[in-house]
Write a protein that binds this ligand. Structure first.
Ligand code: ARG
Length: 263
């Protein structure tokens, strides 16, 4: 009960602060002395993760991540796209640093938000963007609807993003990555109660916390065996013991995504 309320609140706060956090990003001094990665991980590059896209506002201030799954299609979180329009959003590929000016910037010609989406804690947190400009980068493969066994508890998954490096910290100027184990449905249910919708979500993180996605990482990939298997969605705070990160369970939405990729 208690955990449920707090998780709902955390979800709402994450949504409300996305735009503000985006605005604050480039104004912040370079986050060299950031305490930890994503939260707990290492720096990396878009050369290592070429499908890793920045989702930005029209001024190229990053506020979410996304994954390139074809030359003109990017998978992200529905909650990242709430209130956005095709003219308010850009997708930036090949740019390791938030303050960089390199890479490829594309406008978005279509935003598809899962029509069932209401709130991240209710599930359905998936969106697909259609780009106006092709991205000349290697795309990621994503799970098919039948590959549900990839989420076996204990499986190592990789998270990637520019999000804050501590719960109330600042974003990372350089792309970061970390690995986290997949958490069982029963364990995640005991953390989050009815906010954990196991058909639509999967949890990942250490029991003791310390490594997690955080604000600004949303929409980015959870990779299992190098394949896109989840989308950063929500959590109670960040990297807290007993509260793993919650990711969109992509197998559930794989067919919907494919319909958009082929549209
Ligand atoms: N909702 C956040 C965002 O918009 C992502 C939160 C992930 N939280 C976590 N503890 N894993 O960036």
């Amino acid at each position: 009960m208690f955990g449920l309320t707090r998780a709902k609140k955390a979800g709402a706060v994450a949504l409300a602060t996305t735009a503000a956090a985006a605005t604050a990003l480039l104004g912040a001094p370079t986050a060299v002395a950031a305490p930890q990665p994503i939260v707990g991980g290492t720096t990396t590059t878009t050369t290592a993760y070429p499908f890793m896209m920045q989702i930005t506002d029209a001024s190229q201030n990053q506020f979410c991540g996304g994954t390139l799954v074809s030359a003109t299609k990017v998978v992200t979180a529905a909650h990242c796209m709430v209130g956005e329009t095709t003219s308010s959003v850009r997708v930036v590929g090949g740019r390791t640093y938030l303050n960089g000016t390199n890479g490829t910037v594309s406008r978005v010609s279509k935003i598809w938000i899962n029509p069932d989406y209401t709130d991240a804690t209710n599930g359905d947190d998936v969106a697909v963007l259609t780009l106006s400009t092709s991205m000349p980068y290697t795309k990621a493969s994503y799970v098919s609807s039948s590959q549900t066994s990839v989420y076996a508890a204990g499986t190592t998954a990789r998270i990637v993003g520019w999000g804050t490096t501590s719960e109330n910290g600042s974003s990372s100027n350089q792309l970061r990555t970390a690995t986290v184990p997949i958490v069982s449905d029963s364990s995640c249910k005991s953390s989050y109660g009815s906010d954990y919708v196991q058909t639509d979500m999967v949890c990942a993180g250490y029991t003791s916390g310390g490594t997690d996605t955080c604000q600004g990482d949303s929409g980015g990939p959870l990779l299992i065996g190098g394949v896109l298997a989840g989308i950063t969605s929500w959590g109670e705070g960040c990297a807290q013991a007993g509260y793993p990160g919650v990711y969109t369970r992509l197998t559930t939405f794989s067919s919907l995504v494919t319909a958009q990729v082929n549209s």
